[in-house]
Design a binder for this molecule. Structure first.
Ligand code: PLP
Ligand code: COI
Length: 340
């Protein structure tokens, strides 16, 4: 029986669900792993995660489809990205097939928490891993725990699909050099001051520029950028220091193969932003969220699509992407993992 929640009024918050998955790494090997009910974790005060922030995570969603199934979207790409994150932080890789299996187990065990089709909510899935044994000299841990929990969520930005106002951050996206493209806790901790500052000033998010020249658009705190030119081409920033968004990579494919539009994946200069017709943020949590205005101190860029609703191309993209994710539009081979 579905839980008795007011699904359509959920925001992007944490609600503990019934089951989570845990597997532990010790003496060079992962144990079998299992579903557990305890949401709490007790660790040494000196655990690697606390002392040197040795922790990585992923984010994906499970969807209820129109025909009554529960699916998730391209979990193989989350497994692969988590493996890259693990290597960069000197952590053992949790095998990619086991990652997908763990995600499926957690979703299946919590199926009463998967928001119904059409409710506007989804089940957000958070795989993560941390160093658990005491480390006091600067070095990697040698024991780890891999976990997966799930929580029902609504829209990431208040106001749902309404365009948001963002600012150009005065702070650099302060990921330690060479880690910007991986999903590691320390990268996000370094962005917290910037996001609190932006929120205090009334902005929904930050646009980060490249720290070296501060001329190129990178990404926001939790999503990649997409832009639509006046003649209907999708332009999206190429940078080694942004997270390789699975949503963005999927959108690039959909734009070309489903909508017959052109795609440009290249450096995008802040100076060009004023010339685009539409702007949006894309990610698992953000889905596709329209941006209506970008403020850089005294310079205000009003995106022609406006503050009332998504621009027409962004809307078409949103409908196609979410249609694929929720089963009303046929997906490319291998994109949808049916769970139950
Ligand atoms: N960029 C950042 C910094 C993110 O946190 C996320 C969210 O995961 C994304 C981009 C979007 O990535 P994805 O589409 O894989 O969720
Ligand atoms: C995601 O979209 O999965 C993210 O990680 C964004 C944010 C919640 C950090």
């Amino acid at each position: 029986m579905k839980k008795d929640l007011d699904w359509s009024s959920l925001g992007f918050g944490y609600i503990a669900t019934d089951y989570r998955y845990s597997s532990k790494f010790k003496d060079g090997a992962w144990d079998e792993g299992q579903l557990i009910t305890d949401s709490m974790i007790t660790l040494s005060e000196c655990a690697g995660v606390f002392q040197y922030a040795q922790t990585i995570f992923e984010g994906l969603k499970a969807y209820s489809t129109k025909d009554g199934h529960i699916v998730c979207f391209r979990p193989d790409l989350n497994a692969a990205r988590m493996a890259d994150s693990a290597k960069r932080l000197e952590m053992p890789v949790f095998p990619e097939d086991r990652f997908i299996d763990a995600v499926c187990q957690v979703v299946k065990a919590n199926q009463d928490w998967v928001p119904p089709y059409g409710s506007g909510a989804t089940l957000y899935i958070r795989p993560y891993m941390m160093g658990t044994n005491p480390v006091i000299g600067v070095k990697p841990a040698n024991e780890y725990e891999f976990r997966v929990f799930a929580t029902p969520v609504g829209p990431y930005f208040k106001g749902g699909a309404k365009p948001i106002v963002i600012k150009v951050s005065d702070f650099d996206r302060a990921a330690p050099h060479g880690t910007g493209h991986i999903k590691a806790g320390l990268n996000y901790a370094m962005s917290l001051h910037a996001i609190v500052t932006a929120h205090d000033e009334g902005f929904a998010e930050n646009m980060y520029l490249d720290p070296e020249s501060r001329t190129k658009v990178e990404e926001t705190g939790g999503a990649n950028f997409i832009f639509i030119t006046k003649d209907g081409t999708l332009v999206t920033p190429k940078s080694d220091s942004i997270l390789p968004s699975i949503t963005r990579r999927s959108i690039m494919y959909v734009v070309e193969h489903y909508l017959g539009m052109k795609v440009e994946h290249r450096p995008v200069y802040f100076d060009e932003v004023k010339d685009f017709a539409e702007c949006g943020l894309c990610g698992t949590a953000a889905v596709i969220s329209p941006v209506g205005r970008i403020v850089n101190h005294d310079t205000v860029i009003d995106i022609p699509a406006g503050m009332e609703e998504m621009g027409p191309v962004t809307k078409k993209l949103y409908d196609t992407l979410t249609g694929i994710q929720m089963g009303s539009i046929e997906a490319p081979e291998g994109w949808i993992k049916k769970i139950c």
